[in-house]
Design a protein around this ligand. Structure first.
Ligand code: DON
Length: 308
């Protein structure tokens, strides 16, 4: 796979010269200080081998990418019953929008917008009963899927999100008022902020997504994580909802399932082939990594990886 390594090197070199790099998220104070000059990419192939370029080993805040893993965990606990509390449709609005929640009586459009992820956090909490226990369970799951015991959450980021997360607090309280949170909003927010505050590198994230690329089974350890049907469905949700109001554009340009985070990371899945993680902290207007999207567009084009 010399060709893949060459392509990753070329993409990294091309993007290094870009002046327009987007703007790092500034509503979470520790993220505002991360330089938009960073760039890393990692590709974990199902057939074996991890290919990287740039700062692929530098940990960053995975933010909303964590929602793929909390959804996977919650589906394992509740199965299809989870869909009574959260939908599976793109929202066509911002990740932190409250607008549809009133029209749709407290049922969030999908598990990746903030209100949907809060419902998923509530479901996980109801299963484990204490925020600390739930956060531990999420971290254990991330360590299991990535086969890496070092993965953890950054308490500074979690604390900063709690201190500034008035919009998320509003969403949690609003969900509670519709009867779609079983636990105190404070507890749900605690779980949510901690899973958003997990730090991982592109290399760790690409490995962690391996089970989604490989029909539910970790391609390195061979351990089964979820069924192939469920992996396919999670990929479908990533494709339709993973980039919020930019999901259509991502599908058009990149053509593979992807989930972004405001830390500037994107996890993208090439079903049957590879799990890809990219990181560049500058965001576009929809809150998705500007250069990360561009890197994936180039990679998918050069490798013929679009599913369409
Ligand atoms: O709740 C928030 O606003 C952040 N913890 C996560 C948002 C996010 O990553 C949206 N993705 N692009």
């Amino acid at each position: 796979m010399d060709k893949l390594q060459d392509i990753l090197n070329e993409i990294t070199a091309t993007l290094a010269t870009r002046e327009e790099r987007g703007k790092p998220a500034d509503y979470i104070p520790p993220l505002a200080h991360v330089s938009p000059q960073h760039f890393g990419i990692a590709v974990a192939l199902n057939e074996g081998g991890l290919f990287t370029a740039g700062e692929a080993d530098l940990p960053f805040s995975i933010q909303s990418i964590s929602k793929v893993f909390t959804l996977t965990l919650a589906l394992g606990m509740y199965g299809d019953a989870l869909w009574r509390r959260v939908g599976r449709e793109p929202s066509g609005s911002a990740f932190n929008s409250i607008v549809l929640l009133e029209q749709e009586k407290g049922i969030p459009r999908n598990p990746f917008i903030n209100p949907g992820a809060l419902v998923v956090a509530d479901a996980l909490l109801a299963h484990a009963r204490a925020p600390r226990e739930t956060i531990g369970e999420i971290l254990r799951f991330l360590r299991f899927v990535s086969d890496d015991e070092t993965i953890s959450a950054d308490p500074l980021v979690a604390r900063a999100e709690k201190a500034t997360g008035f919009r998320n607090a509003a969403l949690a309280n609003y969900l509670h008022s519709w009867g779609n949170l079983m636990n105190p909003p404070d507890h749900v927010l605690g779980v949510y902020f901690h899973h958003c505050a997990v730090t991982m590198s592109c290399a760790q994230l690409a490995r962690a997504g391996g089970f989604l690329a490989n029909a539910g089974r970790n391609p390195v350890t061979g351990r089964s994580v979820i069924s192939s049907v469920r992996a396919r469905r999670i990929n479908a949700l990533m494709m339709t909802c993973g980039h919020y109001d930019g999901s259509g554009d991502f599908a058009y340009r990149v053509g593979i399932p992807g989930k972004s985070g405001v830390g500037g990371g994107i996890l993208a899945i090439v079903p049957g082939v590879a799990s890809v993680a990219v990181w560049s902290p500058g965001l576009n207007a929809n809150g998705n990594s500007l250069l990360g999207s561009e890197a994936l567009e180039m990679l998918s084009h050069r490798m013929g990886w679009s599913v369409f």
